[in-house]
Design a binder for this molecule. Structure first.
Ligand code: ADP
Ligand code: MG
Length: 558
């Protein structure tokens, strides 16, 4: 046993039975052969948050081929692979004191496992063992001087891995990104490969449905084949930019398709069933969310002439209605650059979406503040270049504004655009009104994210909530937030942006700055490149904006 390892082990053995606080002396850096162990932070008592530890192996010892560990995207995919290797090692061997974080079905850029120019590193949380408040030194020695190096060698020594699986994992990710780029080049919004399995096992499982799932098949009219530079050829349904309406009877799989498109902004792992469901990366799900706060949004394209006389070009409320919240969600998504919107009738406010002819006759236009989305969906595309995919099984109102109508019958899609257009006697639906004039940029005040009540750093509370000072930001309606580590990333991003806002920088400018920094430095940049950043995944700008927009303390420069 090398000397640093035996020294740490004997220190821990000698600490056995002593009071917990004595653990603090093991802080430091240890070389165990090829593995370096950094004990960055030692918890003060057994119930405090776990200790922060890193394990690292240099490139020379790791022995990875450089062709899959050099390029930025390759590193993200390869780190994700190693993350999964580490996760299954820990579970297989029941190493419960060591926390690496849990991967989901998506491949996300994270801080848990990183590959840099020098080597490979995992950031871990370790619960240092205790009985009552006494150190369990022999167990601690096993965890730190045996389990950690074993984990490092399992993940980071190339000879210990299945090289083909690693290569396939990286190649799949490359192909998914290439397909996503291809969508942009071809004016497509999304692609769903033939054979894809869209339904999930249950409402609380993101794994594919096991039996009885009907594999996806494209309608022939929308079928598209693409051959990627890897030689992989894919055939499936291509959804063009513009307006696409998905119809069909209840329970025929409409929402399931839309959900898959929402998730398609992220690449999925092999075996997920949604590997070849790829959506353009800015696509944003829009829903009603009554009760949310809104600060200074220009919702005037949808809501005007409120009986209260409120100016809806800069609309603020602490408690939005269904329709107002959906309008706010939409204009905010477009503000941060969403080029497509994904909307499901199940989660929409009816009065935001449509108004039928009899209602239009009964209530004069000047007495109705809401201009329904059906009247805005075309100018949104023709004037602002924002496409929509909409699930609407209950109304024909969208037929005449749709470029494509797709009908689902027992989960099988057919294109029915001609028939739908015939039914409504197609008119040119182009609304020429200048309703989407560029709104005033929203500029937070210098103090907006520095409230005096805020004494601690922003913190994620599970997937759907961020604590910011005394305020709680509710993200439970933000459906494209998929991993609690992204929520942690949002909390970090809010801290980062707090330093940007000085009363001149707009919300969109600050977000662009965050994105540029993330592209240049990776997720570690979000945490100020501190030694041990914890477990953080990269959120999209859309979801960071969603948090900022829901923050009840957001104040704008007038
Ligand atoms: P809709 O929105 O049309 O009412 P959903 O998308 O909610 O329908 O789907 C209804 C049910 O059918 C869900 O339980 C879903 O898991 C299941 N389902 C959806 N697509 C498929 C499919 N391709 N194969 C098998 N079951 C499916
Ligand atoms: Mg539905």
């Amino acid at each position: 046993m090398n000397s640093q390892r035996s020294n740490l082990a004997s220190t821990l053995h000698s600490l056995d039975g002593r009071s917990y606080g004595n653990y603090k002396q093991i802080r430091g850096r240890y070389e165990f052969g090829p593995v370096t162990v950094f004990i960055d932070r030692v918890q003060v008592d057994p119930f405090a948050s776990p200790s922060k530890v890193r394990i690292r192996i240099n490139r020379a010892e790791a022995g990875f081929p450089t062709d899959i560990t050099t390029d930025r995207a390759d590193r993200i995919a390869a780190s994700d692979f190693l993350f999964r290797v580490g996760d299954s090692f820990l579970h297989r061997n029941d190493r419960r004191s060591i926390i690496l974080g849990r991967p989901g079905q998506e491949v996300l850029e994270r801080t848990n496992v990183v590959i840099d120019d020098e080597g490979f590193e995992a950031r871990l949380l370790v619960n240092l063992p205790a009985r009552g408040r006494r150190i369990l030194g022999h167990q601690a020695a096993d965890i730190l001087t045996r389990d950690l190096p074993e984990l490092a060698e399992t993940m980071f020594v190339h000879a210990n891995l299945r090289a083909d699986d690693l290569y396939d994992h990286v190649q799949l990710y490359r192909d998914q990104l290439e397909l996503q780029n291809h969508l942009g080049e071809e004016g497509l919004l999304a692609f769903i490969g033939n054979g894809a399995i869209l339904p999930r096992r249950s409402g609380d499982s993101d794994l594919p449905m096991e039996s009885n799932a009907v594999a996806f098949t494209s309608p022939s009219s929308l079928e598209h084949t693409v051959t990627l530079s890897s030689g992989r050829s894919l055939t499936g349904m291509a959804i063009p930019r513009g307006v696409t309406v998905i119809v069909g009877g209840g329970y025929h799989g409409k929402s399931t398709i839309l959900r898959a498109l929402e998730r398609g902004v992220y690449p999925h792992v092999a075996g997920d069933g949604r590997e070849w469901v790829i959506t353009e990366p800015s696509a944003t799900s829009i829903r009603a969310e009554d009760g949310r706060a809104v600060t200074g949004d220009d919702i005037s394209p949808f809501i005007n002439n409120l009986p209260s006389g409120t100016d809806t070009r800069s609309f603020t409320t602490t408690n939005a209605s269904g329709s107002t919240s959906q309008a706010a969600n939409l204009v905010e998504a477009v503000e941060v650059g969403a080029r497509s919107l994904l909307i499901d009738e199940d989660t929409s406010a009816t009065n935001f979406m449509i108004r039928d002819d009899r209602m239009r006759a009964l209530i004069p236009a000047d007495r109705e503040p809401i201009t329904p989305f059906v009247d805005r969906i075309r100018p949104l595309f023709t004037r602002r270049g924002v496409s929509t995919v909409l699930v609407a099984g209950g109304s024909s109102a969208f037929f005449e504004v749709a470029d494509h109508v797709i009908a689902l019958d027992a989960y099988v899609p057919q294109e029915v655009t001609e028939k739908a257009h015939e039914l409504v006697g197609v008119k040119s639906a182009d609304d020429t009104g200048e309703v989407f004039t560029t709104p005033q940029p929203r500029v937070p005040t210098a103090k907006a994210l520095h409230p005096s009540s805020k004494t601690k750093s922003a913190k994620a509370k599970g997937l759907g909530q961020v604590q910011f000072g005394k305020a709680f930001i509710d993200l439970s309606a933000v459906s494209q937030l998929v991993d609690p580590q992204q929520t942690t990333g949002i909390a970090e991003a809010l801290e980062y942006m707090a330093e940007i806002f000085e009363g001149q920088t707009s919300l969109t400018e600050a977000l662009a700055e965050v994105e540029d920094m993330l592209d240049a430095q990776g997720v570690d940049g979000l945490t100020g490149n501190r030694d041990h950043p914890g477990h953080v995944a990269r959120p999209r700008a859309q979801e960071i904006a969603a948090a900022l927009n829901r923050f009840r303390g957001l104040h704008l420069v007038e």
